[in-house]
Structures are given as C-alpha cells and as structure tokens.
Design a protein around this ligand. Structure first.
Ligand SMILES: [Zn+2]
Length: 371
C-alpha cells in the first residue's frame, strides 16, 4: 500500500514539475503560424481568432480585398527567423558602415543598396493606421462615409470597389489617420475597474480604453501579482477619456490605446503614484515580470522606457533565460538612443519615461463592435 502511494506521489510530483516548467515564450517561437481557410472564414474572423490585424494578414499574404478562398493556406504570423534576419541585417549594415568609416575602406555596392532599401522601408513605415468598418446589412458607401465623416470618393479610392460589391460581414478600410496625433476618438470605451489583481486605477475619468487595452492591463497585472503576491499593486495613470480626444498634457492617449503605469521600485517613501526611478531604485525583477506579462498578451505595439533603465531590464531578461536574439529585437539598448525608432524595437527611449512606463496597444477588430 505504502509503496503504491509513494509511486503515485512520485508520478504526481513529476507531472507537477513538468506542468510548471516555464513554457517557451510565445513571441520567441521560430515557426510561422499558418491557417487553412475553411468555408465561412473571413479575413475578419481569422484576424480575430489569432489576435492579429486584418491589414497584417493582407500584407503577409498579398491579399488586396477581403476575400479568402477555402482551402488556401494563410500566413498568420511569420516565423521569427525571418524577423531575426531582417533585424540583424539592419544592425549588421549599420555596424559594418561604422567599421568601414574607421578603417577607411570604401563602402561596397551591396552596402550602398542595403542603405537604400532601409531608407525606403523607413518612408513606407510612416505611422499611419487604418480605421476599419465591418459592413452590416443595409450599409451603403454613403451611410458609411457619413458615419465616419469622410466621402464616398475617398472610400472608393481606398477600397477600390463599387457600392454593389458591399457584402455584410466584409471589412472595409474607412480612412487612414496618423497614429497618436489629430482628434482621434474612442468609440466603444471600456472603463478599467478602480482596482483589481495587481493594480489600482483611482483616476476614474482617465482610465477608459479599448477592450484590448483594458483586457491586456488586467491580464498582465494579474499575472505579475500571481508571481509576486507580496508586491504593491501597479499604479495605472492615464489611459484615455471615455470618448477619447485630447488629454492634456499628452500627445497620445487619445484613442484608448495608451497607458501610463508605474515601475516597481525600492523607494520606501513613495506610494503608488509615479516616482522617479534610477538604476539603483528600480526593482528590476518585478518590473521585468510586469513587462514580460504585457509582451505575452501580444497586444503591445510599443513601450517607452528610459534608456538608462533599459540596461538592467535587458540584463534581467537574459538572466531569466530569454534568447539573446529575442532580447536584442525587443530592446533599443545597447545600440543607443534612437536605434529603436521606426518600430525596429518594441522597447524604446522617449524622454520623460523614468518615472513611468508608457505602453501603446494595437487596435483589434473586437475593439470596434459593429452594432
Ligand atoms: Zn503616456
């Protein structure tokens, strides 16, 4: 009897150990994610299922309209080996350019053309984003144009289709707006609770976000609290107003897709509100858990972290076993301030982010309900 139970216990312990072994980070995977189109699938439903943007699917698969053929295989997410090669190519070319300067050798033809390509990429990456509309029964180009304060001509220009080809369920691009600027509004705002697992959000009128934003904040803070149950809750500062729009003193925070939140730190004098953090007062371990939890939601577009604080966080990420190439693609550090511009890294330096982290989230189809 006793022997039987001890064997059972050993098996149980083994199972537990296997279960709690840290799973490899989702964003560190190298295999591309594919989807075989089934009858009834739309770009919209596939994007929703995999939490990617419809535009991303279009670009990855070179699709122009909204139609997908059943049986076709779509790339949902490219493998990270692809991302790695482009990232390292850019880094490599800038490093070899430096070398050629100091050693006095001439820049080769291939290096020149590589420079041209990266310049063109930068131009193409000018930060505009598309506002989308899911067509409902009874919608016309005119009603959609009126709803979004644009014109039928513009809708035709962007989507290249006539009125007759509008089908309920289709997603059309309504307009392109510069991200972070202009009178961007929040249409279906969700209010963050006043407090929850791992966070407090006391400034009630300033914590409205998209469904994606609010869900990501709650998930990431809860995960951090689960890992560090003894820690103080993260202080959530500004997100957006209920209907979005200009929120002084920010340039962003207009569309429910930005949040300011506190670092974990070892300054005993401060409570909750943002405190200037230095490399010696930063609680590197807990702060990294928080950052990693946000990254795992896969909804983070960018994160502003003071460059000086990037170094200890970069080292912490490596210490926790995240692959060097993944960490290098995440951080602007150690390549210098500005190397993470143009969306090359998620984590980058923007002045004023030594007392809080600013996170921008992607907009997802479910943030704009069609009803
Ligand atoms: Zn901010």
């Amino acid at each position: 009897m006793t022997a039987f139970f001890s064997i059972k216990r050993i098996a149980w312990t083994l199972a537990t150990i296997l279960f709690i072994l840290p799973a490899p980070l989702a964003w560190a995977k190298t295999k591309p994610v594919m989807h075989k189109v089934k009858a009834g699938d739309s770009l919209w439903s596939i994007a929703g299922k995999y939490k990617v943007e419809v535009d991303t699917l279009r670009k990855l698969n070179k699709i122009k309209g909204n139609m997908v053929k059943p049986g076709a295989k779509l790339i949902v997410r490219p493998g990270s080996s692809k991302g790695k090669s482009t990232a390292s190519a850019t880094k490599h070319s800038s490093k070899s350019a430096k070398v050629s300067k100091t050693s006095g050798t001439q820049i080769t033809k291939s290096q020149k053309s590589a420079g041209k390509i990266s310049k063109n990429n930068k131009k193409a990456k000018k930060r505009f984003e598309s506002v989308q509309h899911k067509v409902k029964r009874g919608d016309s180009l005119w009603s959609i144009a009126r709803k979004y304060n644009t014109t039928v001509t513009n809708l035709r220009k962007i989507n290249g289709k006539s009125v007759k080809s509008l089908h309920p369920g289709e997603v059309i691009v309504v307009k392109h707006v510069p991200s972070g600027d202009g009178p961007v509004r929040l249409e279906h705002g969700v209010q963050l609770p006043e407090s929850g697992l791992g966070f407090v959000a006391p400034r009630r009128e300033r914590v409205w976000g998209t469904k994606t934003t609010v869900t990501a904040i709650m998930e990431a803070c809860a995960e951090t609290a689960a890992e560090h149950p003894e820690a103080r809750p993260t202080y959530i500062g500004d997100v957006s107003y209920q209907r979005g729009g200009y929120m002084p003193p920010h340039k962003s925070h207009r569309s429910g897709r930005d949040v300011d939140l506190s670092y974990y730190h070892n300054d005993p004098k401060s409570r909750h509100a943002f405190t200037n953090v230095s490399t010696s007062t930063l609680d590197t371990e807990r702060s990294w858990t928080l950052i990693e939890s946000f990254l795992e939601t896969k909804d983070v577009k960018s994160m502003y972290i003071d460059y000086r604080l990037q170094k200890p966080l970069y080292e912490e990420a490596l210490r926790r076993g995240i692959a060097q190439d993944v960490v290098d693609r995440l951080f602007e550090y150690p390549d210098g301030v500005g190397s993470g511009k143009e969306g090359q890294t998620i984590i980058r330096h923007v002045r004023g982010h030594d007392d809080h982290i600013h996170i921008r989230f992607y907009e997802r189809p479910e943030d704009v309900p069609s009803s």
